[in-house]
Design a protein around this ligand. Structure first.
Ligand code: HEM
Length: 299
């Protein structure tokens, strides 16, 4: 089984190694704002960010490991990492992508996919997907949607199944979903082609000069029999309870250094939110992020 450093090495081999850059999601934009919970959020979770308004540092990004990744590639999800400032030096993170599923469901399969990509041999990549139909879910889902016209015009998911605990000890299985209040904004393939490879950062900067970008954070409530150990498994969202947890307002662009000075960590949850204990992708994420962080801040 590959460990966290093996996965970071595999990312570097698949996408290239760039000094002082993240091994994944190197292209991005650091922002700030605040989060205001709804009145009923505490019924689901006692975590402090759902009890009071808190400042937020965020970073929008492109997935993969290419610092020059094209913004108009439909197959590459966007990322949004959030750090909620809980006061007194405490914080908690939520690290999401613009797809409800990840591309692999075990560290071994993600390693194998990256290794196939690194070989540069299209047949090996094809053989990987033939052996791992679950890894096709993300690409299939993205292909059926438009290329986002804005970092603020697409939905984001926390992907993993989290357990929320309220002050009475009541537990609720849920997935986090973040929706732009202004609605989704997508480009046809022709429009995406015309936009070119580098428009998302400029679009967001121009947008924030006029007005903040607002999102609703929603809990998609789990049901009996839901899969919690497989980050490639799609939860059917239609026939489910959804509970609004709060409003995220992004109102400023921050210098890269603000976000580069630390690493958003999926496991950095607050009491009242717990990641899945049986999802091997969730388990290896933070250790891999720390390897990437340690390497990118080294002189
Ligand atoms: C085994 C699976 C995964 C591995 C090995 C992995 C690896 C990494 C690494 C090494 C980084 C850079 C960390 C840093 O230097 O600060 C990163 C960033 C990121 N990852 Fe993952 N990741 C995985 C799965 C996921 C999943 C499932 C999601 C979404 C739910 C995700 C979303 C993100 C985002 C949004 C960032 C950018 C954070 C930022 O802007 O600083 N990753 N990932």
């Amino acid at each position: 089984e590959p460990g966290p450093a093996d996965l970071v090495d595999a990312l570097n081999k698949a996408f290239g190694k760039y000094p002082h850059k993240r091994a994944a999601h190197p292209k991005g934009l650091c922002v700030s704002g605040d989060f205001n919970p709804t009145e009923n959020a505490p019924e689901l979770t006692k975590a402090p960010q759902f009890a009071k308004s808190v400042p937020v540092i965020g970073r929008f990004s492109l997935a993969g490991g290419n610092p020059k990744a094209p913004d108009n590639d439909k197959g590459n999800p966007k990322g949004l990492a959030l750090r909620f400032d809980l006061g007194d030096g405490a914080n908690t993170d939520l690290v999401m992508i613009s797809a409800p599923v990840f591309v692999a469901n075990t560290p071994q399969s993600f390693f194998d996919l990256l290794t196939a990509k690194a070989s540069g041999d299209a047949d090996k990549v094809e053989a990987y997907f033939a052996a791992h139909p679950e890894s096709k879910n993300q690409g299939t889902w993205l292909k059926e949607r438009l290329v986002p016209a804005s970092y603020a015009g697409v939905n984001y998911w926390g992907v993993h199944a989290f357990t929320l605990t309220n002050a009475d000890g009541k537990e609720t299985l849920a997935k986090f979903k973040l929706l732009p209040l202004a609605g989704e904004d997508g480009l046809t393939d022709e429009q995406a082609e015309a936009k070119g490879q580098d428009f998302l950062a400029g679009e967001l900067k121009a947008r924030l000069e006029k007005a903040p970008a607002e999102f609703a954070l929603v809990a998609i409530i789990g049901q009996d029999g839901d899969v919690t150990d497989d980050a490639t498994a799609l939860w059917d969202e239609e026939h489910r309870d959804k509970i609004a947890l709060g409003r995220l307002t992004i109102d400023a662009v921050e210098p890269d250094g603000t976000c580069d000075a630390f690493s958003f960590l999926p496991s950095n949850v607050a009491d009242g939110v717990a990641g899945p204990t049986d999802d091997p992708i969730f388990a290896i994420r933070s250790p891999a992020y720390i390897v990437s962080f340690t390497r990118r801040v080294a002189p």
